[in-house]
Ligand binder design. Structure first.
Ligand code: CP
Ligand code: NVA
Length: 323
């Protein structure tokens, strides 16, 4: 029996990318996150994952993703275990395959933040527990899912809402376009030629958009991209792992700063989003990031509620898989 068959039988489901979720699954995650948020706010206990253990393996720094998964797991009555990279045998050359198979005996799921997307795919192939992508160089699906929650809360709906993504066509942008396409939104990309999104992701999103009525626009002029936008979204110009390109990126991306002048081209009630961490004075001016249209703290809070929805979706009613 192949590993895939074993996984399918066990009902194992990974979260590696938005594209692997159906629209109905995204809807369910949004509903569940909103409900869990309400329970948390009202102080209603919700120990849905009592007795479950989540592993967190991060090869890059993280504040929001790591802490929201850890706190979220605790709020769900489970336990989260941070696995410091330098303290496990993976750092001394033990294979991903062996590590994934062994950790599957102890843990109920694992969140992985790493560089090459192929690494989380390998984890997903080898582990018998669900594997959650906590960010790779290619994508950041948990971020995009919680961003949908924030947009829906602020704008009352997703379908037809125009989101303009400005700046570096990076992992956050890749997941955002997939999420927007899935939910029938209008997404306008305003990125320079040198830093466009991954072509295969854009192509896949265009196929999805045909099914959902989403619209995907692209312009190298950020002013055109933000015209009539309901949401302006940006992210750092130098993602983790791109530090050597620092000088060139600052130069090429300088015209793509989200500032007051750019904000004026959007709808008057447009909201400003940033996944954080932010670099004030680079991809966004301080006055916009800290201004009245910015929703960055609510956006960061929603990471917690969406992680809990993801965890209950992947782990609820699931017994530990046998090899
Ligand atoms: N937005 C986000 O993923 O933040 P962290 O890098 O702090 O996890
Ligand atoms: N694009 C950024 C996102 C950080 C949450 C990075 O990969 O560093």
């Amino acid at each position: 029996m192949t590993k895939r068959t074993v996984h399918a039988q066990a009902g194992k489901k990974d979260l590696l990318d938005i594209a692997t979720l159906s629209r109905a699954e995204v809807e369910r995650l949004l509903t569940s996150a909103a409900l869990l948020k309400e329970k948390q706010r009202c102080g209603i206990p919700h120990p849905l994952l009592s007795g479950k253990t989540l592993g967190l393996l991060f090869q890059k720094p993280s504040t929001r993703t790591r802490v929201s998964f850890e706190a979220g797991m605790n709020q769900l009555g489970g336990h989260a275990l941070v696995l410091p990279m330098g303290e496990i045998q993976l750092s001394r050359g033990e294979s991903v395959a062996d590590t994934a198979r062994v950790l599957s005996c102890y843990l109920d799921a694992i969140v992985i933040r790493t560089y090459d997307h192929a690494i989380v795919e390998e984890w997903a192939r080898e582990a018998t527990m669900p594997v959650i992508n906590g960010l790779t160089d290619l994508s950041h699906p948990c971020q995009a899912l919680s961003d949908l929650l924030t947009i829906r809360e602020k704008k009352g709906r997703l379908k037809g809402i125009k989101i303009a993504y400005i700046g570096d066509g990076n992992n956050v942008a890749n997941s955002l376009i997939e999420a927007a396409a899935k939910m029938g939104m209008v997404i306008a990309l305003g990125c320079p030629a040198a830093y466009q999104l991954e072509q295969h992701i854009v192509d896949r999103a265009r196929v999805e958009a045909k099914k959902t009525g989403a619209m995907i626009e692209s312009s190298q002029d950020p002013h055109i991209a933000v015209k009539d936008a309901d949401v302006i979204y940006t992210d750092v110009w130098i993602s983790m792992g791109r530090e050597r390109e620092h000088a060139r990126r600052l130069k090429v991306l300088a015209p793509y700063q989200v500032n007051r002048r750019l904000l004026h081209c959007a709808k008057p009630d447009a909201i400003v989003m940033h996944c954080l961490p932010a670099h004030r004075g680079e991809e966004i001016s301080a006055e916009v990031l800290d201004g009245p249209q910015s929703v960055i703290i609510d956006q960061a809070e929603n990471r917690l509620h969406m992680q809990k929805a993801i965890l209950t979706n992947l782990l609820g009613n699931r017994s530990r898989t046998k090899r």
